[in-house]
Design a protein around this ligand. Structure first.
Ligand code: PLP
Length: 451
C-alpha cells in the first residue's frame, strides 16, 4: 500500500524503519515516536491523531504567510498546468523567473538588482562562495579567497555551507571543515559580554573581524558572512553598534559583505530584510525560506552592480542547478510576495504584532527563575534558559532542559524549538494577538512545569 491513509502507529513504525531524519540521533526514536503532521491551516498544524497544535515556529522559520493560502496554491496550479518545467541549454528563461527577478530587485534593498536562483539556503550560500571567489579571480586576486563567518553561525549543511557556518559539531562530523573558512566570535552579549555594556561589547565583537583580517592579511580575505540575527545559533541579536562597525571594517579592507537573509528576510524582523533593521548594506544577500513561505523549495542570491560588472567581465560562470528558478516555485514566490505586500505583513510585524510579541513574552517569562534573557526582533525571539540568573550560569548540557520545555510546550499544544539552551519562536507574520497570548502563557506554564 502506498496510500496516505494509515494509523498513527503505522506511520510511526514505517517512518522509523525507512526514514533518516535530518539533524536527528536515530536512537531518539527508541524512546519517543516521531510527530506525524498530516495537515495545516493558518497558524495551526494537525497531527495524525487529529490534535490541533499552534505552530510557533512557522515550520522551520519559513511559513511567513501561514498555511493553506489559496493565492499560493492557485499560482502553483496555474503554473504547473501552463509550464511545469523548462531549461535546456541555459540561455532560455521562463516568465516566472523573469518576473520574480524583477520583483526581488524591487523589494530588496536599493542596489541589489541582480538575481541568481537556487533551491535552498545551502545552495544559495554555495553559490555565493563560488561567485565571490570568481569575483576576485577575475580581478587578478585569486588569493583573496578566505570566508570569515562566526561561531554558531548557520548557513546550511552542504559541505561548503557547513564550512561557512560556525557549528563545531557539524565541522567535526565527516571532516566537513574545508580549508579557506575562518570563524570569529559571535556577538552574544548576554553570555559573552561580561561587565561590558551592550554597545561597547558590540564594537568589541565586530573588531574581532578586523583582528582576523589583519591576521590573515586583507589580500587573502574574500568576504565576511553573517546572519542579521543568528537564528539556529539561538536567536542571537547583536547590539546596535555591531553591524555598522562590521560594515566599516569590510569597506576599509575591501572585503565583500554577505548578509544571510534566509531566516530574517521577508518581514520577519519588521523590515523586508534584517539588514534594513540593522542599517547595513550587503554586497550579496542569500534568501530562501520566506521567499516562497516554504510552499515550494526556492532560494535566490541578490547582488549589487559592482559584483555584476565583474561577473560580466569574467565570462562564463560555470555554476547552476537543474532547478535554478523552477517556474512553479517562482510563480509561488511571486504570489507570496504579492500577498505580503497586499496584506502589509511587514508593516504589521514592525508596528503591531512584533512589539506585542516581545512585550508579551517578557511579561510572561522575563522574570522566571529559569529565564536569563528574552531577545530578538519582530517575530523572532529567543528565550535564554539559565540555571542561575545572577551568575548567568547555564545548565549542564546533559540536563536537556530546553528539550524538556519544548516537549512540555508540545504537550500543551504549542510548537517551539529548543536550540542549545534557548527556546526559540518565529510564528507566521499573520499571527493574532490572542495567539501570541496563548504562546506566552503556554511557555510560562511549561517553564513552571520544568522548574
Ligand atoms: N542560512 C540560514 C541563516 C539558515 O537559517 C538556513 C537554514 O535554516 C540556511 C542558510 C540553509 O537553508 P536550507 O536549509 O534551505 O539549505
Amino acid at each position: 500500500m502506498s496510500g496516505m491513509e494509515r494509523t498513527t502507529d503505522e506511520w510511526q513504525r514505517i517512518d522509523v524503519e525507512h526514514h533518516l531524519h535530518p539533524f536527528t540521533d536515530p536512537r531518539y526514536f527508541d524512546k519517543k515516536a516521531p510527530l506525524i503532521v498530516t495537515r495545516a491551516d493558518g497558524m495551526h498544524v494537525w497531527d495524525s491523531s487529529g490534535r490541533q497544535i499552534l505552530d510557533g515556529m512557522a515550520g522551520l522559520w519559513c511559513v511567513n504567510v501561514g498555511y493553506g493560502r489559496k493565492e499560493l496554491i492557485e499560482a502553483a496550479n496555474r503554473q504547473m498546468s501552463t509550464l511545469a518545467y523548462y531549461n535546456v541549454f541555459f540561455q532560455s528563461a521562463t516568465p516566472p523567473q523573469i518576473e520574480l527577478s524583477r520583483l526581488l530587485a524591487e523589494v530588496t534593498p536599493e542596489g541589489l538588482d541582480h538575481i541568481f536562483f537556487a533551491n535552498s539556503g545551502s545552495e544559495a550560500n554555495d553559490t555565493i562562495i563560488r561567485m565571490v571567489r570568481h569575483f576576485w579571480e577575475v580581478q587578478g586576486q585569486p588569493d583573496k579567497h578566505v570566508f570569515i563567518g562566526r561561531k554558531l553561525g548557520y548557513h546550511g549543511s552542504t559541505v561548503a555551507a557547513t564550512s561557512l557556518g560556525g557549528m563545531q559539531n557539524m565541522h567535526a562530523m565527516g571532516r566537513s571543515l574545508l580549508p579557506g573558512f575562518e570563524h570569529i566570535m559571535h556577538p552574544h552579549w548576554y553570555l559573552e559580554g561580561g561587565d561590558m555594556d551592550p554597545d561597547e561589547f558590540g564594537l568589541k565583537a565586530a573588531r574581532a573581524l578586523e583582528d582576523k583580517i589583519l591576521e590573515l592579511g586583507a589580500d587573502n580575505v574574500a568576504a565576511f558572512i553573517g546572519e542579521p540575527i543568528q537564528g539556529a545559533g539561538g536567536v542571537i541579536d547583536a547590539p546596535r553598534t555591531y553591524w555598522p562597525e562590521i560594515e566599516r571594517i569590510c569597506r576599509k579592507y575591501d572585503v565583500l559583505l554577505v548578509v544571510d537573509e534566509v531566516i530574517c528576510g521577508f518581514g520577519r524582523t519588521g523590515e523586508w530584510f534584517g539588514c534594513q533593521t540593522y542599517g547595513v548594506m550587503p554586497d550579496l544577500m542569500p534568501m530562501a525560506k520566506g521567499l516562497s513561505s516554504g510552499y515550494l523549495p526556492i532560494a535566490a542570491v541578490a547582488y549589487n552592480e559592482r559584483v555584476h560588472k565583474v561577473l560580466k567581465d569574467g565570462g562564463l560562470f560555470s555554476h547552476g542547478y537543474t532547478y535554478s528558478g523552477h517556474p512553479v516555485a517562482c510563480a509561488v514566490a511571486i504570489a507570496n510576495i504579492d500577498l505580503i505586500r497586499r496584506d502589509k505583513l511587514v508593516e504589521r510585524v514592525r508596528d503591531d504584532v512584533g512589539p506585542y510579541f516581545h512585550d508579551r513574552l517578557k511579561a510572561a517569562v522575563g522574570d522566571h527563575p529559569l529565564v536569563g534573557e528574552v531577545r530578538g526582533k519582530g517575530l523572532l525571539a529567543g528565550v535564554q534558559l539559565v540555571k542561575d540568573r545572577d551568575s548567568r550560569t547555564l545548565f549542564d548540557t546533559a540536563d536537556n532542559v530546553a528539550m524538556r520545555v519544548r516537549d512540555l510546550c508540545l504537550e500543551r499544544g504549542l510548537i517551539m524549538r529548543a536550540v542549545g539552551q534557548s527556546m526559540v519562536a518565529s510564528p507566521a507574520l499573520i499571527v493574532k494577538r490572542a495567539q501570541i497570548d496563548e504562546m506566552a502563557d503556554i511557555l510560562a506554564d511549561s517553564l513552571n512545569a520544568a522548574a
